[in-house]
Design a protein around this ligand. Sequence first.
Ligand SMILES: Cc1cc2nc3c(=O)[nH]c(=O)nc-3n(C[C@H](O)[C@H](O)[C@H](O)COP(=O)(O)OP(=O)(O)OC[C@H]3O[C@@H](n4cnc5c(N)ncnc54)[C@H](O)[C@@H]3O)c2cc1C
Length: 440
Amino acid sequence: MFGQRDDMTRVIVVGGGTAGAEAAKEASRCGATVSLLEASGALGLDQCLFPSLLSRRPATSALSTTPEELSDKFGVEVELGRRVRRVDFAAKTVHGDWVQDGPANRRYDSLVVATGASSVPDEIKGSSKPGVWPLRSEADFLSLARALPGLSNVSIVGSSALLALAVAQEVYRATRCRLFVSGGGLGALSPGIRSRVVTDAASKGVAVVDAGVQAVVGMKRVEAVVALDVVHPCDAVVLLPRSSPSTPQLECARGVSGGIVVDGTMRSSQGGVFAAGDCAELRVGAGSVPFKVHSSAVTMGRTAGSNAAGGRVAQAAVAGTLALDLFGAQLCTAGLQVTQGRAVGLNLVEMEEGSEPEGALKGSGFQTSVIFERDSHHIYGLQARGEGAALLSGHISMIVSAHSSLEEVAGQDSPGPFPSGSEVSPICLTARKLLSRLRG
Ligand SMILES: Cc1cc2nc3c(=O)[nH]c(=O)nc-3n(C[C@H](O)[C@H](O)[C@H](O)COP(=O)(O)OP(=O)(O)OC[C@H]3O[C@@H](n4cnc5c(N)ncnc54)[C@H](O)[C@@H]3O)c2cc1C
């Protein structure tokens, strides 16, 4: 069924995480001969499941696909333990260093690079003390899960607000915790939504501090962290390292974070070379933006795989959508923040709307924040918090990836009813209210 013909496009996928596995499946569905080269001994680890490992039985794994599934169902040749070191564009060949197992190179017609991102250690004084848990891998999450019941007060430190909140959301169920978000990371949330999320966290006993940690202190092991010159006692520190794109040696256009710049078809600046997932940056405006979330890895991977096999996916609907249940409220975020837009030459503004049902508790309503271009009203970012926000993630993704205008969204028919009881989507209502504010 999966026999190779000479006229079939030979696609090599480098990296077997979410983006690489999706690319390999899609390229194979489109009729290519596909080989996937993965550096480690396993593939298909779904990192977005890592935070939930903290509250599951520690034996559970975040494995989402297996080499057997890829080869038996999709005819993909999977090679584990194959770290690709460099790409020779002239010879259309990837090279590794697995010489003991035969020739360490593979020829391709099209190449998909899906090598993800690797963690960059934050230099925090005292962070080598016992009691500090850097969360870099699935094994780190599983070992913290086993330790949590014995801990009484945990400091969580990270620069990605959403990832740190997702981890805090699991940790607070087991023990007291406080969250430190460094480098202005809380700016990923719009001011109104941020203040609601911080209040939601506080209602569950989780303090969110808008600052990093200066030092971890203690005699033999962790006893406290210092932030903004204040000492906060704790018996463990959970560190969420920053990440940076990790790619083999290859020359092509790179973005601000070092990721491979791709257009909406996932083509890089090198002919026949595609990139997807955390190692890539999507061209937006006059620059490029990384979208390091699961939904983007899936969409980018599928688009790269299809086009690498000769398909014609014109523009992938990449919105960087993330939906989370956070401290009793749903949150959905997608697209750019105002500062990211300005960095790529877009004149973005942000407007927020909130609704408070009559007689309801303060904060129980629905908040929306829309980030749009000042003149054209095209929407580049959307955030929603409240009951039903996660259910709107598909709708939000479509609006953001298509850069629909406020006028288009205001006029959209909605597939209601919505949790608020309204027949009209809260996003559509928000667009109508914002337009009337802009006109008024
Ligand atoms: C701790 C954590 C929690 C997260 N939580 C969420 C969440 O709740 N929701 C969400 O939407 N997103 C979340 N994310 C982000 C999301 O999981 C990632 O965006 C997504 O998994 C990226 O997939 P990827 O395939 O691009 O990269 P990866 O999953 O990193 O896969 C890359 C693969 O390439 C391999 N590789 C690397 N270099 C080479 C090489 N030279 N040769 C061969 N193979 C190579 C690696 O071994 C790896 O298997 C989280 C990320 C982390 C780290």
